[in-house]
Design a protein around this ligand. Sequence first.
Ligand SMILES: Nc1ncnc2c1ncn2[C@@H]1O[C@H](COP(=O)(O)OP(=O)(O)OP(=O)(O)O)[C@@H](O)[C@H]1O
Length: 283
Amino acid sequence: MSAATETRTPLLEVSGMHVAFGGVRAVSDLSFNVYVGDVLSVIGPNGAGKTSAFNCITGFYKPNHGTVTFDGRRITGKRPAVIASYGVARTFQNLRLFGELTVLDNVRAGMHVRIKQSALDAILHTPRFHRSEQQATDEAHKWLDFVGVISDRASEVRNLPYGEQRLVEIARALAREPKMLLLDEPAAGLNHGEKEKLLELLNRIAQLGTAVVLIEHDMGLVMDVSRRIVVLNFGKEIAEGTPAEIRSNPKVIEAYLGAEDSETQQEAAAIAAEGAAEMKEDS
Ligand SMILES: Nc1ncnc2c1ncn2[C@@H]1O[C@H](COP(=O)(O)OP(=O)(O)OP(=O)(O)O)[C@@H](O)[C@H]1O
């Protein structure tokens, strides 16, 4: 459903966002909404402004203009920790795990905003402290099971295969029980089998009622998982719609083909191939 015909109240509302770094305009008058139950992909050639937009939504950058509203609250320019406490969790393009901590502790670290524990409880090791520690451990295992981490959870996270480290990052974000989860290139560096598992995981996350927003370059995954897609080019939205609408939008293919790097050219070919496959299925 396009934004124009949508009647539900948005969970996230990005309105007129501009972000510039010196003379570089990274995001220009960007507006889009995310709804409860959404799986929305933000796509576009390298440097289109996708991560900058994510950084503004999550408080890592302050937009030069525009507003971001989440769950009825204006969050523009608020600090990342405050925005996270409202129910926004994210993962990063480059993993940001605590390499020397165990797998389990990395996920437990995602919970401190939810689990009630005072400094005094921690110092005195009160029964309440022990109870909350046990609760955090149980929940960390639950989320690691949910994302499918099979490696030893007591080992340092840096010793895990790369694909599993990405899953630990998702488990840590989910442990906050967010209303919205932003994933920045979750499929980067994954092999084919791992991507298939990721697709299935994203669908299960959406079934929990968490809105999922992803930046992704893997067009197969984007077309399979997304309910809606927003396409950026040079910081501007050039298209928004369902996967079928995006695949057949000449502006989108043009934007990708116009890019000079071979990675983006390959993505253009992938979008065109997805469109061709669909036409064949329909005929
Ligand atoms: N911290 C920064 N300082 C200066 N310029 C930046 C900064 N972050 C992003 N940019 C510039 O803003 C533009 C948009 O970058 P951004 O990383 O948001 O794009 P992207 O669509 O996420 O790209 P990619 O797909 O390659 O990750 C680029 O020209 C980039 O060089």
